[in-house]
Design a protein around this ligand. Sequence first.
Ligand SMILES: Cc1cc2nc3c(=O)[nH]c(=O)nc-3n(C[C@H](O)[C@H](O)[C@H](O)COP(=O)(O)OP(=O)(O)OC[C@H]3O[C@@H](n4cnc5c(N)ncnc54)[C@H](O)[C@@H]3O)c2cc1C
Length: 371
Amino acid sequence: MTGTRDVLILGGGIIGCAIAHRLAKEGVSVTLVERGEIGREASWAAGGILTPVHLAEYPTPLASLCLAGMPLYEPFVKELGESSKEDLQFRTCGMLITCRDEGGEKEARHLEAWKHEHHLPAERLTREEALRLEPGLSPEIRSALLLPDIAQIRNNRLTRAVADAARRRGARILPRTRFTAFITSRDRVTGARTAVGDLAAGTVILATGAWSGEWSKELGFPVPVRPVKGQILLAQASPGFCRHIVLESGSYLVPRVDGRLLIGSTVEEAGFDTTVTLDAVHHLSGRAASMMPAARALPLIGSWAGLRPATPDRLPLLGRTPVEGLLLATGHFRNGILLAPITAEIVTDLVHGRTPAVDLRPFDPVRKMPE
Ligand SMILES: Cc1cc2nc3c(=O)[nH]c(=O)nc-3n(C[C@H](O)[C@H](O)[C@H](O)COP(=O)(O)OP(=O)(O)OC[C@H]3O[C@@H](n4cnc5c(N)ncnc54)[C@H](O)[C@@H]3O)c2cc1C
């Protein structure tokens, strides 16, 4: 074996890297292996919206986890910013949820009530008020809900920045290093076989996102994570074309400071396929033009697909497993960018034998799941 470390992290997406950074900050010796480049899978492909899109509809434990995670973001990014070369563009741009019919307005009223119950800001706007705030919106909307506290980040740069910060704190980050098997000794995981040899560790953390389910058989318990494909388009607008994240009936526009406009996203059961389809280009560009008519004329400058790590009950798998020495931190589905800092806090507590502030029972990796 090539040297024993306290912790070995499998998977270099935002979840694995945030954990590596947090542990290294506490002086834990950490190795992370990533089979490709750091943060080039779901964590790169995401929209970077730092709130769940349908928060009021979430199962309560997941909504609570998201609410607990949101305030951790700014300090997390500030800490990276002090040493990072990357311009992460974390900014509270606010979100406008536009409504066209009674059904949309009913949902907006429900979310508004939920937000107020949780002491979070939400303001109903008339059609005229919404158009004053975001003049490019379709004049066909009936009203909108403004969520002024919603933030976004350039997630395609974030994971790399987190990995760099972890390295500076002493973590060993190994890109292009696939792990191929767990090493066990008397029902305990003691390391992993990797492309650079066997790596031993006191604790091993599985954070391989949509690929986590592949290990069920070897581990002897189900890791019920499956890939859910999401396609996104990127258009070039001028800065200020759109100022808020705009959400309508599940589709969203995310404006970056340089004018780039993300148009998202599809939600597809397509296995590990990451091709961009003409069907999705047609659907997403149609949705963008419907939300902001001038978007119709924007040049399309990019498109991609990523794989969300989904679980049957939409909750992540977070915590200890029946196999001693092995923790799971996966299955973050549509919220992994948002949930990275709080996941890192929780896992760090577990590694140190501390009780996390969050009740982990709903996220138990071997909980009963719906079929
Ligand atoms: C289209 C889309 C939009 C999204 N929008 C948002 C959003 O706005 N906000 C939000 O919070 N979340 C969003 N998400 C969800 C978010 O992207 C994911 O929840 C998050 O990125 C999961 O992070 P991860 O580290 O678990 O997975 P990943 O980023 O996929 O990382 C897992 C890593 O494990 C590596 N790996 C797998 N097998 C091995 C192996 N054998 N050896 C070594 N390495 C291995 C992979 O190469 C990969 O890099 C979106 C996702 C998609 C696809």
